[in-house]
Design a protein around this ligand. Structure first.
Ligand code: CYC
Length: 196
């Protein structure tokens, strides 16, 4: 099977075009139809294992509302995931589905989101990630500061993800799904593109 520092298996599972179509169809008021597309970044530009992520509404694939680079490291026998944003996301819109565009991205184009590192652990049958404790991942949404509480779990046939933002003073939910986790299934795998 896999093991706690198996970055390659984790990356092969994460590198897919994911959709929650079934969930959105069954429960339309609570779940929009979302696509999450993750592709490995070429080793020529990113010598450390790094993935490019785009998140979009299915009806607006070319206007992703969240673009990130995820860098996978091994720290003290555990997988650590660093979360980066793009300095100028306009240039790379849609790049998860346009490999030629993706080749132009370099480490100079990205910026670490401080406090938003995650640990990803092997459960025996899946990998499970969550933001490091301490409420340090601060996200301002509609002018309001929040801290991130999240988790995701992935294997070869699904990605389950729950990202929520809470008020640091009252601990009330400010953003994120009220109905629970998103259930994504891979539509197309890019596992064969993982070079590391
Ligand atoms: C935020 N999601 C975040 C943040 C982290 C993650 C670190 C806070 C900083 C940021 O905005 O980037 C991390 N969530 C993850 C990772 C995975 C994950 C690495 C595994 C792929 O699930 N985010 C996703 C989901 C999706 C989601 C698949 C569920 C629909 O990757 C939603 N995450 C989401 C949203 C935010 C967020 C809406 C807040 C972004 C904002 O309002 O600025």
């Amino acid at each position: 099977m896999s093991h706690a520092t198996d970055i390659k298996t984790l990356a092969r599972w994460m590198c897919s075009d994911f959709s929650n179509q079934e969930q959105a169809f069954e429960n339309p008021p609570f779940y929009a139809h979302i696509r999450v597309c993750i592709r490995p970044l070429p080793l020529s530009n990113f010598p450390e294992p790094s993935l490019f992520l785009e998140q979009a509404y299915d009806y607006a694939l070319n206007q992703p509302y969240r673009i990130r680079v995820l860098k996978l490291n091994i720290v003290e026998e555990r997988i650590e995931l660093e979360n980066y944003k793009l300095k100028d996301k306009e240039t790379f819109l849609g790049a998860s589905r346009e490999p030629e565009k993706l080749k132009k991205l370099t480490p100079n184009d990205i910026e670490l989101m401080q406090g938003c590192d995650m640990f990803v652990d092997w459960t025996g049958t899946s990998f499970k990630g969550m933001v490091k404790p301490g409420r340090n991942c601060r996200i301002v949404r509609n002018g309001k500061e929040t801290y991130l509480d999240n988790s995701f779990e992935i294997n070869d046939h699904q990605l389950i993800s729950l990202d929520r933002g809470y008020d640091p003073i009252t601990n009330e939910l400010v953003w994120g799904s009220v109905a629970g986790a998103f259930h994504f299934k891979p539509r197309q795998s890019f596992a064969n593109e993982v070079e590391f």
